[in-house]
Ligand binder design. Structure first.
Ligand SMILES: Cc1cc2nc3c(=O)[nH]c(=O)nc-3n(C[C@H](O)[C@H](O)[C@H](O)COP(=O)(O)OP(=O)(O)OC[C@H]3O[C@@H](n4cnc5c(N)ncnc54)[C@H](O)[C@@H]3O)c2cc1C
Length: 477
């Protein structure tokens, strides 16, 4: 085991309160987490590898040691391509399936760091606090997660009298050392694997909701903080071949419950400051860098679905049918549209007033919003091609060693491959289209960036509509 791998696993043995199936567990020894922990720690170990570290890392200006490129502030087109290479390397190692490997949260932090001086007018301590934390996270290789949404108790209620009943995360006590918090936040994807949790509200807040307007860096082992995990998809009891993705790519999602949790002032990045929080949410460097990572990953995931669809069509001899070719053509169009938008966003980036090169957000936003529609459609196409083949599979690959093996080898065979390989292929595909992990990913792609309807409507709001209006104006005066 490499030193980074070892360090990362050790860092999670810190008495954090993680709950699964009614019990407090240690994720470094619990078998539901072992496959994913191995995947994440292997990615971390790339920084120890002489060739791989060039692909995913750069030298920290402070320690002169390799750190992850998600922390790299781009000053040119080439720098953004360097960031893309690092994200591609990690997402290709996980087939685009793992989405919150911390490179998204690290990119957000990097964007805020690059723009930190813009927020001095709201809070004079913010730039220095942010810089100190960014350098710590970068040089200590911290795995970060961002959690913003309030618990889904009652979306209709907006009244400030209901804060407690709605379970909203609020400061209940302030001392000279820091603040105490009560309430909850969702969805903490990969929170159990994180070294720090960055928590702030998703929506704009009114003046009477000031007690919710904070940006906090919360230590996962803070006394009183509980992470309540959903059911594990990691299928540890099954063979890898039955659920090859669930076994090693289940990032886990957790509800964070704050029961009188203390956060020291140096980790309270913003306090009672709705205006600063809203501006930070709109920060163009942070949004562009974070969603640039998200669409690099999306591209790999769509390529993976397309590759499986191609293979399935050939294996069942359906690749000659026009409608199957048309469907695979649609998948290829998805892949190439996202690729084109990614390239365009990088090429048409701009240097901002902090000398940060920001990928073009209009293209990134378009790719991100298309992704929310493309991915469910890609799974639908996969289902339409594979049809009953996803279900009519032996219960396990071990069945091929049973007394029925010769009959099974005949009847589970494909057009161009043997029964065992066909079974492996369909079980891989089922882990994307039909397993709990697969369904979770469909939901993730629809919602991870927030409400998809609002996100698409925002394209209308932000678009420069004047040019379009001119085209019609000449006819109507
Ligand atoms: C698998 C997964 C992982 C995620 N990981 C993270 C993460 O790591 N960090 C993070 O911060 N977030 C994460 N998200 C959460 C994501 O931010 C939210 O799911 C998203 O913002 C939608 O909010 P919600 O799920 O609370 O849905 P809700 O807001 O509860 O919406 C439920 C329904 O009510 C409708 N609705 C709600 N409010 C209104 C309104 N005011 N007007 C009209 N309609 C309304 C919605 O359109 C929807 O149909 C994740 C989501 C998923 C699915």
């Amino acid at each position: 085991m490499s030193s980074e791998q070892n360090k990362f696993i050790k860092s999670l043995r810190d008495e954090r309160n993680i709950w699964l199936n009614g019990k407090k567990i240690d994720i470094t020894t619990d078998e539901n987490f072992s496959g994913t922990l191995k995947t994440i720690s292997e990615l971390f170990s790339m920084l120890d590898h002489p060739e791989q570290r060039e692909q995913v890392g750069y030298l920290s200006p402070k320690t002169k040691e390799f750190v992850h490129t998600a922390f790299y502030v781009p000053h040119s087109y080439e720098d953004v391509v360097k960031r893309r290479t690092a994200f591609e390397t990690w997402s290709q190692s996980t087939d685009g399936v793992m989405s919150r490997l911390s490179d998204y949260a690290r990119s957000r932090l990097t964007g805020w760091y690059a723009s930190r001086d813009d927020y001095k007018k709201f809070d004079k301590h913010f730039p220095e606090k942010l810089k100190t934390y960014y350098e710590k996270a970068r040089d200590e290789h911290l795995f970060l997660s961002i959690i913003q949404r309030d618990p889904q108790i009652n979306r209709a209620s907006q009244s400030s009298n209901d804060l407690k009943d709605l379970g909203l995360l609020r400061v209940t006590k302030k001392t000279s050392d820091g603040v105490f918090l009560e309430g909850a936040k969702m969805i903490g994807t990969a929170a159990p694997y994180s070294n720090d949790l960055i928590v702030y509200p998703l929506s704009p807040l009114k003046e009477e909701q000031k007690c919710l307007a904070h940006m906090l860096v919360v230590a996962p082992n803070s006394p009183g903080l509980h992470m309540v995990c959903r059911e594990s998809f990691a299928s540890f009891k099954k063979q890898q071949v039955n659920a090859p993705l669930s076994t090693k790519y289940d990032e886990m999602d957790a509800l964070l419950i704050f029961d009188h949790v203390f956060v020291p002032w140096e980790r309270v990045l913003l306090y009672d400051n709705s205006e600063a929080l809203w501006q930070i949410k709109l920060d163009s460097a942070s949004n562009s860098l974070a969603y640039h990572q998200a669409i690099v990953r999306l591209l790999t995931k769509l390529e993976f679905v397309t590759a499986i669809a191609l293979e399935i069509a050939e294996v069942i001899g359906a690749d000659g049918y026009l409608h199957v070719q048309e469907k695979i053509g649609e998948l290829i169009m998805q892949v190439e549209t996202i690729r084109a938008l990614l390239i365009a966003s990088e090429r048409e980036g701009q240097i901002n007033h902090h000398n940060t090169y920001i990928p073009n957000f209009t293209y990134i936003e378009t790719a991100r919003n298309l992704g929310a529609k493309y991915y469910p459609r890609a799974l639908e196409i996969l289902q339409l091609i594979g049809a009953g083949g996803f279900i009519q599979l032996p219960s396990s690959i071990e069945d091929f060693q049973s007394p029925l093996s010769s009959l099974m080898s005949k009847y589970f065979a494909g057009a161009n491959i043997g029964a065992d390989k066909r079974t492996k292929l369909f079980k891989l595909a089922w882990d994307l289209v039909g397993s709990p992990l697969g369904s979770r990913h469909e939901l993730y792609e629809r919602f991870y960036a927030g409400d998809p309807i609002r996100n698409t409507a925002n394209q209308y709001h932000h678009y420069d509509k004047q040019k379009l209006k001119q085209m019609v104006k000449k006819y109507i005066g």
